[in-house]
Design a protein around this ligand. Structure first.
Ligand SMILES: [Zn+2]
Length: 227
């Protein structure tokens, strides 16, 4: 359960070896046992853990598995591995993976890609009755787009303690003045989704060390760290 999710796992990548990246090895553990949604809504005790936050079904696991496959596509492209799947009922409308680097597009998060593709496919900028599965907790940008699209439900995997907008840093969906539509389920296949991110950043740190060593910059000879 120790998820070494890189803080830059907010899909906005950092150059390998950057100072911010170097500081990312704190093994950040999601600080919230219960998403802040619940804490903020805990004006009455029975609302402390909304049912949708604990009601994880086989169906959720299936679609999160598809989102993980989309994340693998991002990884293969050298992008931070985050994937998303947009479904309506049992139909997959669209998938998307994170690709801001190759797309030269700071908004090219997995959720945005899936939302755009789904809206094009359905010919509607609003996507009522749809659910979005994503392997990493959405950021504020994506939370905003999810609201604009009138997504009925968001299901995410790993929590993002740096930029998560579903309870980890802020909870955009807990504000009834902003959101009237979307329920949120967090932590579906949380460890698996977090592991994909952790291994990506571990590989990248290792590659950076090896580049430094190869460049003769007194890198530690034994740069073959254990992962
Ligand atoms: Zn985002």
């Amino acid at each position: 359960m120790s998820i070494d999710v890189d803080p830059s796992a907010s899909q906005t990548d950092l150059p390998a070896g950057s100072p911010a990246q170097a500081a990312d090895q704190t093994g950040a553990q999601p600080p919230l046992a219960v998403p802040a949604t619940a804490a903020l809504n805990a004006s009455n005790a029975e609302a402390a853990v909304p049912a949708e936050l604990t009601n994880i079904s086989e169906r959720d696991l299936h679609f999160m598995g598809l989102a993980q496959a989309a994340a693998d596509e991002a990884r293969a492209a050298g992008e931070v591995p985050v994937g998303a799947v947009l479904v309506r009922g049992d139909e997959v409308i669209a998938t998307g993976f994170n690709h801001p680097i190759s797309g030269h597009d700071p908004s090219a998060h997995a959720e945005m890609a899936a939302l755009r593709a789904a809206a094009q496919k359905l010919g509607n900028y609003r996507l009522p009755g749809c659910e979005l599965y994503v392997t990493l907790e959405p950021c504020l940008m994506c939370a905003g787009a999810i609201m604009h699209a009138r997504i009925a439900r968001v299901v995410f995997g790993a929590r993002d303690p740096k930029t998560g907008a579903c309870g980890s840093v802020v909870d955009a969906f807990a504000n009834p003045q902003l959101n009237h539509h979307t329920t949120v389920t967090g932590g579906v296949l949380e460890d698996e989704c977090g592991d994909a991110l952790s291994s990506f950043f571990a590989d990248r740190r290792r590659a950076a060390r090896e580049r430094h060593a190869a460049a003769g910059r007194d890198g530690e000879p034994g740069a073959s760290e254990t992962l």
